[in-house]
Design a protein around this ligand. Structure first.
Ligand code: ADP
Length: 587
């Protein structure tokens, strides 16, 4: 569809009005002209009738029966081809200038004659079959006869238009002038309208619209300017709102919780990424849309809560908004579901993954009972030795020493255990409290070696380390000390005699050092390897206890390595012995 411009439309209507107006004027003029010419013609014919009448009377042409003489005056008339007929009162034709009157029928019923009988004169326009032209017939009644004159009647439109060409040019001229004025006047209006049109198209397509669009200073211009100003205000408000919404969404996405807001009709209005992820973890089937939660068995409690609280909500105090809070488990994971219904009956649902917290709670529970169990053994021993001594007092001196030494050993174990438990707890719960500084790892290894060199020599254990002075780590010295201490102590305790210990820096990149700690001892049976870093996990309970191990050594090692942003794994060496591979962050 071709859209007309505002200006084009105005000109179209202007043209229609002009044509109608011109046509009306011309028709009116034409009618007037026709009447005027007819009157003039009638006047002429009346004169001719009079002249003919006098000519007949003066020359007594009726009496003399010599009407043919009328032809003599005919040439004197200015109009050519004037037909003159003389008709008796009874209607018989007495004379006709252009036909054989003896052949002509009775003329009493001719309209012009009928009129003349009544009004002395009468006229009629008729088509003549003989000449194929319109004739104007004019009849006049005289005492003894009628004289009828006739002439070709051609007041034609074409002639008229030719005659009126000046008038038509004049009208066109007037139209031109009015058109030009209209053009200039509509120009300003069209300008405002065009600008408004361009603006509305751009605004509709969401394209950028400059706020300083200048409008002509007329009412349309003012309206246009005002519309654009209002548009910009609204757009600004909308942009600000969507900015805020964006911020909110970014914030929601950064949260660990899944959050979704719903309308009272259970339609989602806003949600973050975690929400759909968590819903999918909870659901056994894949979930497409967030609203599907209202069909899920796991969210039945939520639906019940909404049903109960949404309908009759008449709260005017936002502090008592109805809230729901429950925990559900999905496979290995635990989720906390929370919901709050707002005053307008819309509501939010929050899903938090509390697996870690929950697992930690369970682990702590287990740890506490493990610790209690572990503490019982040395305590029971101490109590046992002391009881034996007391019950058998006086105990011989060498026996006393024996019991006291045993008691002392057990109290040492107790101390070790308590130290290890508190170290582990500190790493886990307050890792950030360990002070990190630049450390030369070689000095740590040397120090540990010094501590154990005697025990190693006793068991003929060879020790070698490829860690050089240049291995600089951002770390905590006491934690790193415990890492190597635990490794070496384990090798001494469980590896057997006549073995080699090797510490090797096998790789480095710009972020990490990669180490291997290995011994050529007995190794660990393959089935135990996956659990070796768990707390209190021992391969051989009785033997390990004897060796004085707490079962916490490797758990401490793993946690300490992780606190240094590293990773650790374990494997048996193909030729026997154990190998730990671990990394430590440089900076
Ligand atoms: P503990 O403090 O009792 O030594 P760890 O967590 O350090 O506990 O070690 C767990 C178990 O792994 C030990 O009971 C031991 O059986 C085994 N183990 C650790 N290191 C070695 C090793 N170098 N050679 C053989 N077995 C080892």
């Amino acid at each position: 569809m071709i859209r007309k411009s505002f200006r084009g439309e105005i000109f179209f209507y202007f043209l229609v009005v002009f044509i109608l107006f011109t046509a009306a004027i011309l028709t009116f003029q034409y009618q007037r002209e026709k009447r005027y010419r007819t009157a003039r013609l009638e006047n002429t014919l009346d004169n001719i009738s009079e002249i003919t009448y006098r000519f007949i009377e003066q020359n007594n042409l009726i009496e003399k029966n010599d009407l043919n003489r009328i032809g003599e005056i005919q040439t004197l008339f200015p109009q050519p081809n004037i037909r003159i007929t003389v008709i008796a009162p009874g209607g018989e034709v007495l004379f006709d200038s252009s036909a054989d009157f003896k052949q002509m029928e009775n003329h009493l019923k001719r309209p012009e004659i009928e009129k003349a009988i009544q009004n002395q004169k009468g006229a009629n326009i008729r088509y003549s079959e003989t000449t194929l032209e319109d004739y104007y017939y004019y009849a006049k009644k005289y005492p003894r006869y009628f004289i009828r004159t006739a002439v070709v009647y051609n007041v034609q439109i074409q002639n008229f238009l030719e005659a009126e060409s000046i008038f038509i040019f004049f009208i066109i001229g007037v139209f031109g002038i009015i058109g030009t004025i209209l053009f200039l006047v509509t120009g300003k209006m069209a300008d405002a309208i065009t600008k408004l049109k361009d603006f509305s198209i751009k605004a509709g397509k969401n394209e950028l619209v400059e706020p300083d669009t200048s409008f002509p200073e007329n009412e349309l211009g003012i309206i246009g300017g005002q519309i654009i100003r209002i548009y910009h205000k609204l757009k600004k408000a909308k942009d600000e709102l969507s900015n805020e919404r964006e911020k909110l969404l970014n914030h929601l996405n950064a949260l660990n919780e899944g959050i979704a807001f719903f309308s009272p009709q259970l339609k989602k209005t806003l949600s973050n990424r975690h929400f759909i992820q968590y819903v999918n973890i909870i659901s056994k089937k894949p979930v497409q849309t967030i609203e599907d939660i209202f069909q899920m068995e796991e969210f039945k409690k939520l639906k019940k809560f909404l049903k109960k609280n949404q309908v009759n909500q008449k709260i005017d105090n936002s502090e008592t908004l109805p809230q729901l809070n429950y925990i559900l488990s999905a496979g290995e994971k635990y989720f906390k579901i929370q919901s709050i219904i707002f005053l307008d009956n819309s509501f939010e649902v929050m899903i938090s993954d509390i697996t870690r917290l929950e697992k930690r709670r369970l682990m702590k529970q287990q740890l506490t009972s493990n610790i209690a169990h572990e503490l019982k053994t040395p305590l029971a021993s101490i109590k046992g030795y002391l009881e034996t001594m007391l019950n058998n007092w006086p105990v011989p001196q060498e026996k006393q020493k024996y019991f006291l030494e045993k008691t002392f050993l057990q109290s040492e174990r107790l101390t070790d255990l308590i130290n290890d438990v508190s170290l582990l707890n500190n790493i886990e719960d307050a890792g950030e409290l360990f002070r990190f500084k630049t450390i030369n790892l070689k000095t740590i290894i040397d120090e540990v070696y010094e501590n154990f060199v005697n025990r190693m020599n006793e068991k003929s254990i060879r020790f070698s380390s490829s860690v050089s002075d240049r291995t600089i780590i951002n770390g905590n010295d006491s934690l790193l000390f415990s890492v190597f201490q635990n490794f070496i102590e384990n090798s001494i305790n469980y590896g057997g005699e006549n073995i080699s210990i090797t510490i090797h820096l096998y790789h480095e990149d710009d972020k990490y050092y990669y180490f291997s700690y290995s011994d050529t001892g007995s190794g660990i049976p393959e089935e135990h390897l996956p659990r070796i870093f768990e707390r209190f996990y021992r391969v051989d309970h009785g033997r390990t206890r004897e060796m004085g191990g707490t079962g916490l050594g490797l758990a401490i090692v793993k946690n300490a390595v992780q606190l240094h942003k590293g990773e650790i794994s374990v494997r048996n060496r193909p030729l026997g012995g154990i190998e730990f591979l671990f990394s430590l962050a440089k900076k």
